[in-house]
Design a protein around this ligand. Structure first.
Ligand SMILES: [Zn+2]
Length: 234
């Protein structure tokens, strides 16, 4: 499993580093080996329908299979599926924390740990809808609470502009990974096209939820995106 491998690699790194720095770091080493080593913040981004939620649900399953506890966090902004995450393959999983704009994620996770015990991994869906303060809080969760935190989301909106949460993650995440998908022409899809009643639109609010108010999205390669946008302007 991805982040478990990372954790393993990290502890090896600390071990070999300790050989060189010697006895003065013994206390630090004990601290790390008690399981308090820093975990990482991951950003797995990709265009619409690239399998982000499917990947998230798979990771949750992997943890469960090993007898470990993962939780799912989602911003309230994403009304799709209410308090569940829904993969395009039809798998539905309940969200543990639905975060409001004014809530502090670090405090919410700390509270949850006090009530329900250890958390081995945090999975965040639709992370682009979080604000930059929320991302800083997720970063603190990974570092201070030592919980690997894997965030899934879009990089850009239907006008090629960055989402606040994604921009902050691109600056802070320890690990950034692209989940790939293809355009209808077969090229790699990098961008997201918005359709209303089946027609591509290039003006409007940044947030319009997939499947609501006749809105749907299609992942596009840049060439097809520009072709569609140019034909719209004509
Ligand atoms: Zn294309």
């Amino acid at each position: 499993m991805h982040c478990l491998l990372y954790m393993h690699k990290d502890s090896k790194k600390i071990q070999s580093h300790d050989k060189f720095v010697g006895i003065h770091y013994n206390r630090t080493r004990e601290y790390f080996f008690r399981g308090r080593q820093m975990s990482k913040l991951y950003f797995r981004y990709g265009a619409m329908n690239c399998g982000k939620t499917t990947n998230l649900i798979q990771v949750a399953y992997n943890y469960k299979e090993r007898g470990m506890n993962s939780i799912i966090i989602k911003p309230r902004t994403d009304t799709k599926g209410a308090d569940t995450v829904v993969s395009r393959l039809g798998i539905v999983k309940e969200v543990d924390l639905l975060i409001e704009k004014e809530q502090n994620i670090f405090h919410e996770v700390s509270d949850l740990m006090q009530h329900s015990g250890a958390i081995d991994c945090i999975l965040v869906d639709e992370v682009q809808f979080f604000n930059s303060r929320h991302i800083d809080e997720l970063f603190e969760v990974a570092v201070k609470l030592s919980i690997p935190t894997i965030c899934y989301g879009l990089r850009t909106d239907f006008q090629m502009q960055g989402f606040e949460g994604s921009e902050r993650l691109l600056l802070l995440a320890h690990s950034i990974e692209e989940l790939k998908t293809v355009c209808t022409c077969g090229k790699k899809a990098l961008l997201n096209g918005r359709k209303i009643d089946g027609d591509f639109v290039f003006e409007g609010e940044q947030v319009a939820i997939d499947g609501e108010n006749h809105v749907e999205y299609q992942s596009l390669c840049p060439k097809c995106y520009f072709r569609l946008r140019d034909s719209e302007e004509e």
